[in-house]
Design a protein around this ligand. Structure first.
Ligand SMILES: [Zn+2]
Length: 344
C-alpha cells in the first residue's frame, strides 16, 4: 500500500473504532435514560436497576458488553486502542487493536521547552545569589553553572529547531505563492466586474449581454477563486457540534491538527488487528505504517480551543498575512452583496 492509502486505511480503522464505541455508549445511555425516567422508583431502586443493565456487545449483540480500552504505556507514553468482546470465557470474534504511538502537538512541545529554559535561567540566578551570599563555595557554584549551561544550550537548540519547523509549516512558501496568485486573480475579476457594472449603469441596466457577462465572471471566475483561497487559507474547516450546549460552530484554522502534530514514539503507529464480525472476517492487514503524524478527530477540549486561539495569534505575530488580501474580501459574496454592488 502506498503511504497515502496506509493513512486512509489507518484513519478509517480509527473511525470504525470510535464509531463502535459511540454506538455502544449511546445504546448504554438510552437504557439508563429509560430507568431515570421511570416514575415511582427511589434513587436506591434506580441504582440497583442501573447495576443490572447488561449492555449488548457491539459485535455479537449478546448481553455481555464490549471492552473498550485506551491503554497508555507509562514508560514510553505510547497509546493503544483496544476493543474486545465482554464475554471472557467465550468471546466473539471482535478484536480491534490500533497502535497510536506517541504524537505531540508542536505548540505543546514549544511550551515545554520554553518552560524548561526559564527554569534553567532561574537556577543560574539562584546559583549566582548563593555564591554572593556565601551559601556555596566558588567551585561548587562553577560546577552547578557548567551543568546547567550544558542543559540550557541543548534545550535552547531543540527549541530553536522546533520553532523553525513550526514557522516552516505555517509559512509554507508554495502555499504563500499560490495565495498571492489567487489574490491577483481575485482582484482582476473584481475589477472586471466593476467595469461591466459601469457599462451596465450607462445602458441603464438594459444590456442583457453585459448582465450575462457580469454573472458569468462572478460564477466562473470569482467564486472558484474565492473557494480556492479559502481552502488554502484554512486547512481545517468544519462545522463542529458541541455536545455540552448542543450548538454547532464553524471552525476555521490555518493549519489542521494533523499538520501541527509530530510523531515522537519509538514504534510506528499502525493497525495491529482489525477483526470484527464472526471472527472469520479479517480485514486485510496493511504494511507497517511509517512514522507520521496522526490526526484524531477528537472533540476539542477547552485547552485545545485556547491553544488554537494562540495559534491564530501567532499567525498574526509572524506576519503570515503579509501581502495577503483582507479577510473582508475572503468571504463568498452573498446574493444581497452582489445585488448591492450592482446598484453601485
Ligand atoms: Zn461479543
Amino acid at each position: 500500500m502506498v503511504e497515502e492509502e496506509e493513512t486512509t486505511y489507518f484513519n478509517s480503522c480509527l473511525n470504525t473504532y470510535y464509531s463502535l464505541q459511540n454506538q455502544y455508549n449511546s445504546a448504554f445511555d438510552k437504557e439508563k435514560q429509560v430507568i431515570i425516567k421511570k416514575d415511582g422508583l427511589s434513587w436506591k431502586e434506580k441504582r440497583k436497576l442501573f447495576k443490572n443493565i447488561k449492555p449488548k456487545c457491539v459485535n455479537c449483540k449478546r448481553p455481555v458488553g464490549t471492552i473498550f480500552l485506551n491503554r497508555r504505556d507509562k514508560e514510553t507514553d505510547e497509546r493503544d486502542l483496544v476493543a474486545t468482546c465482554g464475554d471472557k470465557t467465550s468471546p466473539c470474534g471482535l478484536k480491534i487493536e490500533i497502535h497510536l504511538g506517541y504524537t505531540d502537538n508542536i505548540y505543546e512541545t514549544l511550551k515545554t521547552y520554553s518552560k524548561e529554559i526559564q527554569e534553567f535561567k532561574k537556577t543560574i540566578i539562584q546559583d549566582k545569589n548563593n555564591l554572593l551570599f556565601g551559601y556555596i563555595t566558588p567551585s561548587s557554584a562553577v560546577q552547578i553553572f557548567d551543568n546547567v549551561k550544558e542543559d540550557l544550550v541543548k534545550t535552547a537548540d531543540t527549541y530553536e529547531y522546533t520553532q523553525k519547523l513550526c514557522f516552516d509549516i505555517k509559512n509554507n512558501p508554495t502555499k504563500h505563492k499560490q495565495l498571492q496568485e489567487l489574490e491577483k486573480e481575485y482582484k482582476t475579476s473584481r475589477l472586471h466586474m466593476k467595469e461591466i457594472m459601469t457599462n451596465l449603469k450607462l445602458s441603464n441596466y438594459d444590456d442583457e449581454q453585459k448582465m450575462r457577462e457580469y454573472i458569468d465572471v462572478y460564477i466562473h471566475r470569482l467564486l472558484p477563486t474565492v473557494q480556492n483561497m479559502m481552502l488554502l487559507k484554512y486547512q481545517y474547516r468544519a462545522v463542529e457540534y458541541d455536545e455540552t450546549d448542543k450548538t454547532y460552530h464553524l471552525v476555521q484554522n490555518s493549519n489542521s491538527i494533523q499538520q501541527m502534530e509530530w510523531y515522537l514514539g519509538d514504534t510506528p503507529a499502525r493497525v495491529v488487528s482489525m477483526q470484527t464480525g464472526t471472527g472469520e472476517e479479517k480485514i486485510k492487514q496493511p504494511r507497517v505504517k511509517k512514522p507520521k503524524p496522526v490526526v484524531l478527530q477528537k472533540k476539542r477540549t477547552l485547552e485545545q480551543k485556547e491553544q488554537e486561539e494562540e495559534e491564530e495569534n501567532m499567525d498574526e505575530g509572524r506576519g503570515e498575512g503579509e501581502g495577503n488580501f483582507e479577510n473582508e474580501e475572503m468571504r463568498e459574496i452573498s446574493d444581497e452583496e452582489l445585488l448591492s454592488s450592482m446598484e453601485e
